[in-house]
Design a binder for this molecule. Structure first.
Ligand SMILES: Cc1ncc(COP(=O)(O)O)c(C=O)c1O
Ligand SMILES: N[C@@H](CCOP(=O)(O)O)C(=O)O
Length: 462
């Protein structure tokens, strides 16, 4: 299996090379050259398997021969051993025909753990075998950062720098990033929004002298391996509701478009998915784009679902690549226009996107109302991101097709919003009970590429 860039100018790479590289050198994102297929019989054979066994069967064809079957299965087992639920991704019924996929039972209480725990294992194994070390830089609106730190802290072959927007993540998210004491962990609080953090990260990847000097690696969903690991729970949940003999739809609280793109890959592999519904908060660029074809950035409005306060949605580029018939030049042109504020998706490409994706937008008040309603009527305490999904999923579901809404974070990561809506302050799990007492370690940084590169170079030289 080879991986090609969405901008068409970089040479193809193996899975392992693409994983260790992050962003392609032409600025594009890696995607598989072809999508492996799972037949109805293959999907039916997933019934009754453990999450780890499903993960192995779904991901194996993408991984190539960099990892043997035995090693890959072992790394999957280690990745999910620390999850707090035997099913890893349990499905609970919210209402007739509407199910919640709980993706928050991992060590940092968000769906990011599904990919990050596995990537941590894959990086460690690959770097040890190659005798290499890397500098991981990640951009986060709160959850990717804590999941990456948890997965990579204490590893000899890795330094991990996480850029988060100062003052724009929840206190729990911040403390998850600033309290680990391992010396290879560096939390950097940057002035600006998540989009600024992500833009500086991409600048570093496009500055080849720096990139090569520090051996830069990325674990945001620009990294294909992140998306791949998230494909698995689409299969496990759809199978438990009757796939391949019954179609299901998914609603996904969306920001950087990585999670829903994983659903799209599952569909392209053969999983019978009817609709993939993008649910956004008031930062609704994706909803506007799917409605009108116009992808125009505007000011980010901080919300009670801060992890989705995103305007430049990185993985949308992967969807555009397919929608434009895998024309890398067309995608490169759109991304150049995005630098000046936006672009318009062609009619043909918009129709191709709408073949798979619908969308809905939820206001702040509606998010609070949904948290309150879900708690009152279903006894389910939702985080604000998951509430956005539930609201859209309930409004848009077709009674003939089961709807699965992804619950992307634990309510205890956002206690203020949850308490405001429901009157209940969700407690942290006992293993994190002292999070508020642990000392914090963080460096304030400016939104300045040179200053960031200098800081990173100096830290890894120590
Ligand atoms: C809790 C939560 N929900 C939803 C999202 C959106 O996911 P994606 O960026 O993959 O669209 C994020 C951030 O990525 C998140 O942290
Ligand atoms: N919501 C994310 C933003 C980064 O997304 P990623 O999936 O590209 O890593 C976060 O919590 O950091």
């Amino acid at each position: 299996m080879r991986y090609i860039s969405t901008r068409g100018q970089s040479p193809s790479l193996s899975f392992e090379e693409a994983m260790l590289s992050g962003l392609a050198r032409d600025g594009g994102l890696y995607v598989p050259e072809t999508i492996p297929q799972m037949s109805e019989a293959d999907i039916r054979a997933l019934h009754g398997l453990s999450y780890e066994e499903v993960a192995f069967r779904v991901m194996r064809p993408f991984v190539g021969d960099g990892f043997t079957d035995e090693v890959f299965a072992d790394l999957i087992a280690k990745a999910y051993a620390g999850f707090g639920h035997g099913a890893r991704a349990p499905l609970v019924q919210l209402a007739p025909g509407h199910f919640l996929l709980e993706l928050f039972h991992g060590p940092t209480l968000a769906f990011k753990d599904f990919a990050m725990q596995l990537i941590g294992q894959l990086f460690q194994e690959a770097l040890e075998r190659r005798g290499e070390r890397v500098t991981i830089v990640g951009a986060t609106s709160g959850d990717t950062g804590s999941a990456a730190i948890e997965a990579f802290k204490g590893l000899d072959a890795v330094d991990v720098f996480i850029l988060y927007p100062h003052g724009r993540v929840s206190e729990v998210q911040r403390r998850q990033m600033t309290t680990p004491s391992e010396s290879n962990v560096h939390a950097l609080a940057m002035n600006g929004h998540f989009d600024d953090c992500q833009a500086r990260l991409k600048d570093m990847f496009n500055h080849f002298e720096f990139r090569d000097k520090v051996r830069l690696a990325g674990v945001n969903s620009i990294n294909w391996a992140r998306v791949l690991a998230q494909v698995v729970y689409y299969f496990s949940s759809a199978v438990s509701l009757g796939a391949p003999d019954r179609k299901v739809s998914f609603t996904v609280p969306t920001g950087n478009f990585g999670d829903i793109f994983a659903g799209y890959i599952a569909k392209r592999m053969g999983l019978p998915i009817d609709r993939l519904i993008v649910a956004t908060n008031q930062n609704d660029i994706l909803h506007r784009c799917l409605a009108t074809g116009g992808y125009q950035t505007s000011k980010v409005h901080p919300s009670i679902s801060p992890s989705m306060d995103i305007q430049v949605s990185s993985n949308f580029e992967r969807a555009l690549f397919d929608a434009y018939g895998r024309d890398g030049n067309a995608v490169a042109q759109l991304m150049a226009e995005l630098k000046d504020g936006g672009f318009h998706v062609s009619q043909g490409a918009l129709e191709a996107l709408r073949e798979h994706f619908d969308s809905g937008r939820v206001s702040e008040d509606e998010t609070l109302q949904t948290i309150a309603l879900a708690q009152k009527t279903m006894g389910e305490l939702l985080c604000p991101h998951s509430a956005i999904g539930v609201r859209v999923g309930e409004a848009m579901r077709d009674p003939a097709t089961p709807m699965i809404t992804l619950a992307t974070a634990h309510p205890a990561k956002f206690p203020d919003a949850v308490e405001k809506a429901s009157g209940i302050r969700p407690p942290l799990p006992s293993r994190m009970a002292d999070l508020y007492e642990r000392p914090e370690r963080v460096t304030r940084v400016a939104n300045d590429l040179t200053a960031l590169e200098t800081l990173i170079s100096e830290r890894i030289a120590k």
